[in-house]
Ligand binder design. Sequence first.
Ligand SMILES: [Zn+2]
Length: 157
Amino acid sequence: MPLTPLHFGVLAPVNYLFPGKVSLVSFTLVNAWIDMKFIEAALTGQPLPAHGDIHSLAGVLIVGTLVAMPGVRYAKWVIGAYLAALSHLLLDGLIHADMQPFGWIEGNPLRVMDMQTLSLILLPFMLWFIVQTVSSSYAWVRMRWAALPFRNHPPKP
Ligand SMILES: [Zn+2]
């Protein structure tokens, strides 16, 4: 990982360009599953483990497929799962020397920068994503509130 939440920065431009086309739930499930060992270590105060097989092209595609399968009838769900899988591999691959993203190539040919640099690049996108999420949640609550029956037909005294 860079910090797992930074992965969500990927969704900001995607949501802007293709609103409503990517499932946040499947995107979250795949990213959390891939980084499960890191999340567990962070929560329990353990040292961070090495990136294992799950941080490889085969590993993320398996996780993406396992999450995509239950919602295979919904393009939004499948797109979210595979977008998370591939963007996770790319973002982590850019910074982690211990990864071996492609089993047929020794080492990590994706690595070109350090975590601080990538985090600085992703931070504005993550903030953009937070603004999008808060804004759309607020719009949803307003819409639901306006649709409540008593709003249009107040109870009689
Ligand atoms: Zn990761």
